[in-house]
Design a protein around this ligand. Structure first.
Ligand code: FE
Ligand code: CA
Length: 458
């Protein structure tokens, strides 16, 4: 557990003491842990307190005090003990571009009383705002530490997002926009020779503003966000990083890095087994850490894993987007091959990045019609970020029979209820993305049985 806050103000010293308290009740009558942290100017006066000795499987309340002020109260919880029979409700969210929408989705996500929020990337966007922005990113494209910090200040000023953080613990991974659009490892799409310094600044600001432990504090351009969490005897959650360790994209546009959409015939690199999206070390970490005892293995990752052909494969014209798993098909086949071979139970892949809801069957070999369904995928739509036209998704659906649902025209989050037998998934979408008081609608429901991979209609 990491309790996060940050001091703000003009008269802060280089080191300020912050006290924290954890209580077993909302009114702080029974305080069960307390401590002090030093908030340093060098780390944006952020606080990352790590209380120990709490009981498993229950809610707690926490607050901070410093400089004669007291914070609001946040609520968080511990995971059930490793052998405890447990159920789980959580939400999956991503892509909350501030200047194109409001955060009503967060109000509804918090109201669902989730055990945790799983945020799979694009917490901020580094881009400058266009003239049609509904509220503004200050300044130009973020590149320096000061500019990335300012972007977090803007995002975290939103009261609906603040309330979602106070309501439940968050598990977080980043995607590209916490640094730069479509970056890969130490290469940016504009081939910036100083990209390592930019990544270091972006990772520092990310750590400063997110509830990561002190042990995760970045060193130069490196920060480890890869982790695992066991939820009682019910599920193991695996959180991976597909940005920092990947091979650069195959076949980018001439003179550039970053993404492209290309036919396989023109880009054998898309299926080159020597390339990896996670990096071979992380692939091994994941392969060795699947839980064969618990009924569920939930994989939190950044993007869409299933194969998605844009265009007509029969005409030999299928094109693939090289930035996500389709650009690293061998990496995907290896991952799902291990799942098939070891009969890993209840693998559900959860992602974001593409600003659309996709529900899909996952197979170790999408070219082989006899390849079995070994895992289920729910790629959740964005909180606010815009996507391509629904007509383009509809036109591609016929070429991707393993994709059971695809909607790019709605904003929202996934709400997931899990027990030992079943996963129930609701695709929650806001009625009016530009209205902070918007209502919410369940667009679709799916079920996954623990005993049988593949989502089906509820
Ligand atoms: Fe995004
Ligand atoms: Ca992204």
């Amino acid at each position: 557990m990491v309790l996060w806050t940050r001091l703000t103000g003009d008269s802060l010293g280089p080191r300020e003491t912050v006290r924290w308290e954890v209580a077993a009740d909302e009114k702080f009558q029974r305080i069960v842990a307390r401590g002090e942290e030093v908030a340093e100017a060098a780390w944006a006066h952020s606080v990352h307190a790590e209380p120990l000795g709490l009981e498993p499987g229950r809610w707690y309340w926490y607050r901070f005090s410093a400089l004669g002020e007291q914070s609001q109260v946040g609520r968080t919880r511990t995971a059930p003990a490793a052998d405890a029979k447990a159920s789980l409700r959580f939400v999956v969210a991503s892509c909350q571009r501030y200047d194109v929408g409001h955060y009503a989705a967060w109000t509804h996500a918090a109201a669902e009383n989730p055990d945790f929020v799983l945020f799979v990337g694009d917490y901020i966007y580094e881009s400058a705002s266009g003239t049609n922005a509904i509220r503004r990113h200050e300044g130009k494209v973020a590149k320096t530490l000061a500019e990335y910090r300012a972007r977090y200040v803007t995002y975290k000023s939103d009261p609906l997002l603040q309330a979602a953080h106070r309501a439940a613990p968050w598990l977080l991974i980043w995607d590209d926009h916490e640094v730069a659009n479509d970056y890969a490892n130490l290469q940016s799409q504009d081939l910036d020779p100083d990209f390592a310094a930019r990544r270091a600044a972006a990772y520092q600001a990310y750590w400063e503003h997110m509830p990561f432990p002190k042990s995760a504090r970045p060193r130069g351009p490196d920060m480890r966000i890869v982790s695992r969490l066991d939820w009682g005897a019910l599920a193991r959650v695996h959180l991976v990083d597909d940005r920092q360790y990947r091979d650069v994209q195959a076949c980018p546009k001439p003179g550039r890095g970053g993404s492209n959409t290309i036919p396989l015939a023109e880009c054998p690199g898309l299926v080159d087994p020597k390339r990896s999206l996670l990096g071979f070390e992380q692939e091994r970490w994941l392969a060795e850490g699947w839980d064969l005892a618990r009924p569920w293995n939930l994989l939190g990752q950044q993007s869409l894993m299933t194969r998605f052909a844009w265009g007509d494969p029969a005409a030999g014209a299928a094109v693939y987007w090289n930035d996500a798993w389709d650009g690293y098909a061998a990496s995907r086949n290896r991952l799902l091959g291990v799942v098939a071979e070891r009969k890993v139970p209840g693998v559900v892949v959860l992602g974001g990045d593409v600003h659309a809801n996709y529900v899909a069957d996952l197979k170790p070999d999408f070219d082989d019609p006899r390849s079995p369904v070994v895992a289920s995928e729910f790629c959740g739509t964005s909180i606010t970020s815009l996507s391509l036209a629904q007509s383009r998704v509809d036109a591609a659906r016929g070429f991707n029979p393993h994709v059971r649902f695809g909607r790019s025209d709605q904003r929202g989050y996934l709400s997931i209820d899990l027990d030992a037998k079943q996963m129930n998934v609701r695709l929650q979408t806001v009625d009016r993305p530009l209205d902070p008081a918007s209502g919410i609608t369940t667009t679709a429901r799916f079920v996954v049985e623990a005993e049988r991979a593949g989502p089906h209609d509820a």
